[in-house]
Ligand binder design. Structure first.
Ligand SMILES: *[C@@H]1O[C@H](CO)[C@@H](O)[C@H](O)[C@H]1NC(C)=O
Ligand SMILES: *[C@@H]1O[C@H](CO)[C@@H](O)[C@H](O)[C@H]1NC(C)=O
Ligand SMILES: *[C@@H]1O[C@H](CO)[C@@H](O)[C@H](O)[C@H]1NC(C)=O
Ligand SMILES: *[C@@H]1O[C@H](CO)[C@@H](O)[C@H](O)[C@H]1NC(C)=O
Ligand SMILES: *[C@@H]1O[C@H](CO)[C@@H](O)[C@H](O)[C@H]1NC(C)=O
Ligand SMILES: *[C@@H]1O[C@H](CO)[C@@H](O)[C@H](O)[C@H]1NC(C)=O
Ligand SMILES: *[C@@H]1O[C@H](CO)[C@@H](O)[C@H](O)[C@H]1NC(C)=O
Length: 688
């Protein structure tokens, strides 16, 4: 959850946080899609299509007039109170309650039946209900799903479920630029099986909007090694992929999934071989075994960092624990991107979920400019935000709306963290700056002036220390959101950022307080810090400063940059682990940064200044010399402005407002500390 210091934006055209699915009585397909998306990402159910279909069959996504009748709180998934009761206080669901708490911050023990009028609660209740019946794996086939529905709804004809779900419209947008590469990597593939695969691929092609060349499909086949069977741009008049499928060759042999993924990344998703700039990219791997697992995982990771989603269709081999391995190479969320069948003959069962997955794949934006016609909407995933990412969208004519969200893969007006609008007439085009945050998805929609939408809009993306200048916008940093200017954006790149709520091994040793920073086990951009309660935090290094693990003196501390301190303007703190030569600076985001005083200076916590460690001799000509006498002004600045000069009564010490100390010489006589003046006579006796 986002928290912290928000939320009045200075700039018009910026709105923050809207989540309709948490509101009572809302309905409609978008709302259901957001619920299914959110639950799908928690992997609470391994097949979100079932939930999607169930919402439609039960209440037509809540649009059925009976859904929200008074006295009944079943919500969109139509969960009666008896069924809702089954989801409560069930020891078998302990892990699932934890998952809901962790991912959605919902404490199921507090949820009442009335809460199910909010769509997310109704969807969760449906998921928990399935789990309470011990239905943890939902088959791909609609017929079998219909049977499961029959278990939840005894007396209803499962057939209805089946028939209704057949009518779901295709979810592929013909306008979307989509590059799909299908990888075949089977160790056993009989001639008959190859026919099944070919007919399945043909089935898939029929469901994709290939006509206008916005969607392109390629095939990687195998002949001992991975081999291009068809490139994204191989089609020519009179010879299409469908024709090529009929004569596709495949030589089965031991699988090396790592090799085929690598081949795909290096040879198939290239410009020369037909991949388009700014396209959504998906690789679909069909396999019966993942061998050389670590290598495969590593290559899958590279594919993902290139912005290509990997969907795995696994044909289960009953001799291995193959399913887990399919899951570990698929893109996250793995439950969504892993489709599994027991035998190749059943591969058709995966078609709907596959097409849904492929068609929903986000565009990956990298640093650069991407231009789209105004009539087109895009959904994109921002690159990894460990180093910063900033985007600005400018419109030629009309306007443009940008929705950004971390939880929702398809943000829109009903689900967003940030909503920016801009038009060509605006003095400023707002920027969205992101660092140290979960993956961020954006949706960009061209807006028409009057009735027409012409011209184009451009999404400008910058990464790392390269930020936009002369513009203002929103900073989304380590779970906080606020408006900021380009100066802040540049500054944040220097910060150490503490991320909370991350899963890390807790290495903090309660018996040994000599270490406070540890290297992160997997990511050199991060480190682990222990606080004095031995809680582990993950820190993000400043950009381009790797590695940044600091071993300190043996003192531990909690981050002093609390939001209370920051709001009250206290941005500097003593470093309890330092030796007075350094101090802590807080950024507006609650980020603690260690700073060092310049040479010869030490930190004066009372005035928040680095002051000279020794007294200055201001009688010297030019730059004052330092005397070697310790500065007495530190911590004493307010009431004690004068001090006697040790060993010389013709001098005295004067403090400045920061706590620097200067030696001054009396014009006449000697320093009188009581009257705080130089005097030629002995001080009078002071009575009192
Ligand atoms: C469900 O549980 C509530 C509270 O425990 C109880 O009042 C209610 O009667 C139960 N309803 C059904 C239908 O079981
Ligand atoms: C849930 O209820 C418990 C006690 O009944 C309370 O302490 C806790 O704050 C509640 N949590 C939420 C999220 O409301
Ligand atoms: C599958 O292929 C592997 C190696 O290619 C072979 O050892 C195994 O016997 C085959 N299994 C079947 C069921 O054909
Ligand atoms: C795997 O499935 C085949 C065909 O269904 C069967 O003959 C074989 O015994 C199964 N092997 C194991 C280990 O279950
Ligand atoms: C899969 O679906 C396609 C298209 O409907 C069909 O031609 C093919 O026979 C099906 N394959 C199997 C194994 O059912
Ligand atoms: C505590 O940790 C430090 C640094 O790793 C190590 O040198 C030291 O031996 C440890 N002390 C104890 C008592 O384990
Ligand atoms: C104080 O600490 C800094 C680094 O934290 C170190 O470089 C410096 O030598 C220390 N100074 C003294 C006087 O110990």
């Amino acid at each position: 959850m986002l928290r912290g210091l928000y939320m009045t934006f200075l700039w018009c055209g910026i709105l923050a946080f809207n989540e309709d699915i948490f509101k009572d009585g809302v309905k409609g397909p978008e709302v259901v899609n957001h619920v299914v998306d959110l639950i799908g990402q928690t992997c609470l159910t391994d097949n979100e299509m079932f939930l999607r279909r169930m919402a439609d069959v039960e209440t037509k996504d809540g649009t059925d007039g009976q859904t929200y009748r008074s006295g009944y709180n079943g919500g969109i998934w139509n969960i009666g109170q008896d069924l809702f009761n089954l989801t409560k206080d069930n020891p078998a669901l302990y892990d699932d309650y934890q998952a809901i708490k962790k991912n959605l911050n919902i404490d199921w023990s507090n949820v009442t039946w009335q809460d199910l009028r909010k769509p997310i609660y109704s969807g969760l209740a449906a998921s928990l209900l399935l789990l309470s019946k011990n239905i943890r794996t939902i088959p791909e086939s609609t017929e079998l799903q219909a049977t499961i529905w029959g278990i939840l709804r005894p007396g209803n004809r499962a057939f209805d479920f089946f028939v209704k779900s057949q009518n779901a419209p295709s979810e592929c947008e013909p306008e979307k630029i989509l590059d799909v590469v299908v990888i075949l990597d089977f160790q056993n593939l009989s001639t008959l099986d190859l026919v099944h695969v070919e007919s399945f691929l043909q089935y898939m092609l029929d469901k994709l909007p290939l006509k206008n060349d916005n969607t392109r499909v390629a095939i990687v086949t195998k002949k001992q090694h991975p081999l291009a069977g068809w490139y994204l741009n191989s089609a020519r008049p009179g010879f299409t992929l469908s024709d090529a499928l009929k004569i596709l060759r495949y030589t089965p042999g031991p699988t090396t999934v790592g090799d085929s993924i690598k081949y795909t990344r290096e040879n198939m998703f290239t410009k020369a071989n037909g991949a388009r700039d700014g396209s959504a990219r998906v690789a679909v791997l069909l396999t019966d075994k993942v061998t050389q697992f670590e290598y495969a995982k590593q290559e899958a990771g590279k594919l993902e960092s290139d912005g290509i989603s990997l969907v795995v269709i696994g044909v289960k081999d009953n001799t291995t624990d193959s399913y887990d391995r399919f899951k570990y190479v698929a893109s996250k969320p793995s439950c969504r991107n892993t489709l599994e069948v027991n035998m190749l003959r059943k591969i058709n069962d995966t078609i709907e979920r596959l097409v849904r997955d492929v068609c929903h794949a986000p565009v990956l934006l990298t640093a650069g400019d991407f231009t789209y016609p105004c009539s087109k909407s895009i959904v994109a995933k921002l690159p990894d935000t460990t180093d910063s990412v900033s985007i600005m969208v400018s419109a030629q004519s009309g306007g443009v709306a940008v929705y950004a969200a971390r939880k929702y893969t398809d943000p829109d007006q009903s689900a967003y963290d940030v909503h920016l609008t801009s038009s060509p007439n605006d003095a400023h085009t707002p920027v969205l700056y992101v660092r140290g945050t979960d993956p961020v998805y954006i949706k960009v929609t061209g807006q028409s002036t009057g009735t027409t939408c012409n011209g184009a809009y451009t999404v400008h993306v910058k990464q790392g220390k390269d930020v936009f200048s002369g513009t203002d916008g929103v900073c989304m940093v380590a779970g906080t959101l606020r408006d900021c200017n380009d100066l802040d954006m540049g500054l944040i790149s220097h910060d150490v950022i503490l991320l909370s709520g991350q899963d890390v091994p807790n290495l903090c040793d309660p018996n040994n307080r000599s270490i406070e920073y540890f290297p992160h086990p997997t990511d050199p951009h991060k480190f682990i810090m222990c606080d004095q309660h031995d809680q582990a935090f993950v820190g993000l290094c400043p950009i381009e400063k790797l590695p940044c693990v600091q071993i300190s003196s043996g003192c531990k501390y909690t981050n002093p940059c609390t939001s209370e301190a920051t709001l009250s303007g206290k941005m500097y703190h003593n470093n309890p682990c330092g030796n007075q030569t350094d101090y802590i600076t807080c950024t507006h985001f609650g980020v603690a940064q260690r700073s060092a005083c310049p040479p010869e200076r030490i930190w004066n916590g009372d005035t928040s200044f680095c002051v000279f460690k020794h007294v200055h001799d201001s009688s010297a000509i030019g730059i004052p010399a330092i005397t070697g006498i310790d500065n007495p002004c530190i911590h004493e600045h307010a009431d004690h402005v004068y001090f006697p000069y040790p060993g010389d009564t013709s001098k005295y010490i004067l403090c400045d407002i920061h706590g620097n100390a200067f030696a001054n010489k009396c014009r006449d006589g000697h320093w009188n500390q009581q009257t705080k003046t130089c005097t030629t006579v002995s001080p009078p006796n002071v009575v009192g």
